[in-house]
Design a protein around this ligand. Structure first.
Ligand code: NAD
Length: 477
């Protein structure tokens, strides 16, 4: 099939490349001329595992091209146009800013002839499909138009796997032609076992927000249980494992940490609340989850200050990992931003390192020292804060880190590293939802005497393997 994908960001590029991989003829369009020029020259603007190879393979095969202008809608030239532009929060009320979606819809309406299927992949509030259809029909009353909602559920860092082997594909459609086209387009994924769910357009739009709100609730929930673990001397890793093995609950998104961030959860939950308020419906659970997360991000820097004895003025603090999660270069709403800014304002000198997020971080973080490696970041540090669960941190030589650092305080906000290894290297270790351990603390971790093997033990048994990390990454989303 012939496809246009408008918006060549995380979703548009991944979707475009994957549709091309499935044999379609795809043009990815973006108004950002520099981005398109780069893509035409073989430069992929985002870090997403496997994406570079997939793009170059499909460009070479002639199935994938890039352009700045929408063209070729002269009737029958294009089967489907996907809208995958950003829908950031509006400054006024945190609802979704749909100006880019409507700009694209308006342009499509002026250019299209004959028949057109327009599919919204961007995350948009319920009712947007109706509004897009109205706008387009008023501009192009003779166009045979299908407006479809097909929300995207991919996770950055796992985007290609998620696209090619999704748990489900949700399609909200109000007419038979649109349904048939989407059925054909997704047939290869359905054949591989993906569930293809057809429903009303409004329902599809709401599925995306409801799913993200549920995941956010799970994260905020386990973070609060982690706080309780610290208070009662239990270990959150053991508790989360014991809870998550219940199939009614599931282990995904039960990783306690510094709070969620990223380009989707914060803005989508805010937009969902705005929709609910407009409809005079209370979403108290979602509201609480958002507030809990906001408070948590602020409290993380306070933890560091407390671990440093209540004062960080003049101290050197190394922050390892900046992106909102591992395996992406996305810094949007990353917990590290609030942590770094608060510590800096409290008078600390901050050194930072991230395996992929440094270019983005340079645009966001001011007055910090950007370092070339994790080890050099720790040079002269009084305290080390691990803020993102990058796999490469698992292989850090902790003795070398200790030799580089000035102080012996290690704050692992992801419970990534084996606390015993850190202890052996001489650090006092502060994790999340577990007792702090170190020379100045009691040397034994809380033990529940549980039969279930602890995550630390599991990691040690496997030498803190990549498989352990994969499991961790899979459950943090
Ligand atoms: P992004 O910011 O990475 O990319 C959006 C792209 O759209 C940019 O390159 C921008 O230049 C382009 N654009 C904006 N207006 C345009 C216009 N009028 N014409 C052409 N191009 C235009 O955004 P993203 O992360 O890919 O997200 C896109 C949408 O998908 C959002 O609604 C988001 O909520 C949703 N989503 C994102 C993810 C994710 O993990 N990033 C996952 C699922 C859904």
């Amino acid at each position: 099939m012939k496809l246009l994908v408008v918006g060549a960001g995380y979703v548009g590029l991944v979707s475009g490349a994957c549709f091309a991989e499935l044999g379609n003829d795809v043009v990815c369009i973006d108004r950002d001329g520099a981005k398109i020029e780069g893509l035409q020259a073989g430069k992929v603007p985002i870090y997403e595992p496997g994406l570079d190879d997939m793009i170059s393979r499909n460009v070479a095969a002639g199935r994938l091209r890039f352009a700045t202008q929408i063209a070729g809608l002269g009737g029958g030239d294009v089967d489907v146009v996907f809208i995958a532009v950003g829908t950031p929060p509006r400054a006024s009320d945190q609802g979704a800013d749909l100006s880019s979606v409507f700009a694209v819809a308006g342009e499509l309406a002026t250019r299209a002839r004959g028949r057109l299927v327009v599919v919204t992949k961007s995350t948009v509030p319920v009712g947007t499909g109706d509004a897009v259809e109205k706008v387009m029909r008023s501009t192009a009353p003779n166009l045979e138009l299908s407006v479809v909602s097909n929300p995207e559920f991919l996770r950055e860092g796992e985007a290609i796997i998620d696209f090619m082997a999704p748990d489900r594909i949700v399609v909200g459609v109000e007419d038979d032609f649109g349904r048939q086209i989407l059925e054909r387009l997704y047939a290869p994924l359905r054949e591989r076992g993906a569930a293809l769910l057809f429903m009303g357009r409004r329902g599809a739009e709401l599925v995306k927000y409801a799913a993200n709100a549920f995941l956010v609730t799970k994260i905020s929930f386990i973070n609060e249980i982690a706080d309780l673990c610290e208070a009662v001397d239990a270990d959150i890793e053991e508790v989360a494992q014991g809870v998550g093995l219940d199939r009614r609950i599931g282990g995904a998104f039960l990783r306690a940490g510094p709070g969620y961030g990223g380009s989707c959860f914060p803005k989508d939950c805010a937009a969902l609340l705005t929709t609910a308020q407009e409809q005079a419906v209370d979403l108290r659970i979602v509201e609480s989850a958002i507030n809990a997360n906001r408070a948590r991000k602020r409290v993380m820097a306070r933890r560091v200050i407390n671990a440093m004895g209540g004062n960080v003025r003049g101290a050197s603090i190394a922050v390892l990992g900046l992106t909102f999660k591992a395996e992406t270069d996305d810094m949007r709403d990353a917990p590290s931003i609030a942590i770094v800014e608060t510590l800096r304002l409290a008078g600390a000198a901050i050194r930072v390192y991230d395996p992929q997020g440094m270019p983005q971080a340079r645009q966001i973080l001011g007055d910090v020292t950007f370092c070339q490696s994790a080890l050099s970041c720790c040079e002269g540090a009084d305290c080390i804060v691990l803020a993102t669960e990058w796999r490469e941190f698992l292989s850090l030589d902790l003795d070398a880190v200790a030799r580089m650092a000035r102080g012996r305080i290690f704050i692992d906000l992801r419970n990534l590293l084996d606390a015993d290894r850190l202890l052996a290297a001489g650090f006092t270790v502060h994790g999340i939802g577990r007792r702090s351990r170190g020379p100045n603390r009691e040397a034994t971790a809380a033990s529940s005497g549980a039969v279930v093997q602890s995550v630390d033990e599991a990691n040690r048994a496997t030498g803190v393997t990549n498989a352990g990390w994969r499991r961790m990454h899979a459950v943090t989303g």
